[in-house]
Design a protein around this ligand. Structure first.
Ligand SMILES: *Cc1c(COP(=O)(O)O)cnc(C)c1O
Length: 386
């Protein structure tokens, strides 16, 4: 299928075919892993297909980057060594000392640390604001200095929802760019660029890779000048995705749609089960009608995702006990893989924010609902909740 035909194709078709046509010399249907650092030139400056050195470009990465742009409805995609490598490159491409960024008040811990401990040292300031409160985000903007309004939706682990269209308007009024970390939703469930966002970032380590076997990041944009700046910085900084990692990430992306449907099916079963369980105080899931972000999520997401948080009766001891007792759910950090994971944010992913405004309830448990048989997942939770 030609790359031109793809612009009108559906999500699944783009995820499978965008970025790569079968290799003209061998017919290889899948992009080979081009394990090469350099490329023979046909005379000085005579590059074949623009390839010169694999930090600047590598065909395995080019294929992934084309597919990432296509699934986010963007113009250009960039693949990085990790989500944080992509974030740092984006900040350096768009901010200068004295500039300011609004970040979520429950940002992913690594993103918070990047701004608080690294970018801050280089003169880039940040203010936290809750993504589900448009007025609070507007109030956090410093006119003339705020260059980026950075949001995650759904957030981690409280699964708050930011209204991407409304936040884009607020950012643009102030001359800032809206950046959406789309890791939790994945491009299958939500496409922020189509809602007015300027930049999408991903930890492709999570749903896009989807098999917990690779670390990677992505940045996708529509604007030509912004793309040129990011391309320049991607090469100048060099935190790129290597060919093996690009291959695995691209392989994962092809099945994203079917995986996300099943992640959502299983999550919905679990939400229903937990909501009826006497030991459960509260279930947090944007698909529940009483979730404060339910209406916005219904507008901007195809379904509500594979992440579920819940609070148990019996406080921290009970929560830790449940985390210890599951056998199908693996105790671990990260998310978005085929295997179900359980974790205690207060003592694990969010331990570093204990005692601050960002502290999470200590009876909270977070699930990354995987693709195992739903009945096995329910039985496991039932046993653990005892
Ligand atoms: C994991 C994660 C990141 C960071 O990505 P890495 O690939 O670990 O560098 C950023 N944002 C969110 C929402 C994440 O879950």
């Amino acid at each position: 299928m030609s790359q031109n035909e793809l612009s009108k194709a559906g999500f699944e078709t783009r995820a499978i075919h965008a970025g790569y046509d079968p290799d003209p010399t061998t017919g290889a249907v899948i992009p080979p892993i081009f394990a090469t650092s350099t490329y023979k030139q046909d005379g000085v400056g005579g590059l074949r297909g623009g390839y010169e050195y694999s930090r600047s470009a590598n065909p395995t990465r080019t294929a992934l980057e084309g597919a990432l742009a296509a699934v986010e409805d963007g113009e250009r995609g960039f693949a990085f060594a990790s989500g944080l490598a992509g974030e740092d490159t984006l900040v350096r491409a768009t901010c200068r000392p004295g500039d300011h960024v609004v970040i979520p008040d429950d940002a992913y811990g690594g993103t918070f640390r990047l701004f608080d401990k690294v970018e801050q040292e280089w003169g880039i300031e940040h203010s936290p604001a809750p993504v589900d409160d448009v007025d609070a985000v507007r109030a956090a903007i410093r006119p003339g200095r705020t260059k980026l309004v950075w949001v995650e939706t759904p957030t981690n682990p409280m699964l708050s929802i930011g209204d991407i269209e409304a936040l884009a308007a607020v950012a643009h009024d102030a001359g800032a760019l809206l950046v959406v970390d789309n890791t939790f939703a994945s491009p299958y469930l939500q496409q922020p660029l189509t809602l007015g966002a300027d930049v999408v970032v991903h930890s492709t380590t999570k749903y896009v890779g989807g098999h917990s076997d690779v670390v990677g990041g992505a940045v996708v944009v529509r604007d030509h000048d912004l793309a040129e700046k990011i391309a320049y910085h991607q090469n100048a900084i060099g935190a790129v995705s290597g060919p093996f990692d690009s291959f695995l990430t691209h392989r994962g992306l092809k099945t994203l749609a079917v995986r996300m449907e099943r992640h959502c099916d299983n999550a919905e079963r679990i939400v229903e089960f937990l909501s009826a369980h006497p030991a459960v105080r509260e279930v947090i899931y944007p698909g529940l009608p009483d979730h404060p972000g339910h209406d916005v999520a219904s507008r901007q997401m195809r379904r509500y995702g594979g992440m579920v948080s819940f609070r148990v009766d019996g406080g921290v001891e009970r929560a830790l006990d449940v985390c210890d007792r599951t056998t199908v759910f693996t105790l671990g950090e990260s998310l978005g893989g085929v295997e179900s994971l359980i974790e205690h944010p207060g003592r694990m992913t969010h331990a570093s924010v204990a005692g601050t405004d960002l502290e999470v309830p200590d009876d909270l448990i977070r699930l990354s609902v995987g693709l195992e048989t739903a009945d096995d997942l329910l039985a496991d939770l039932d046993r653990a909740l005892g």
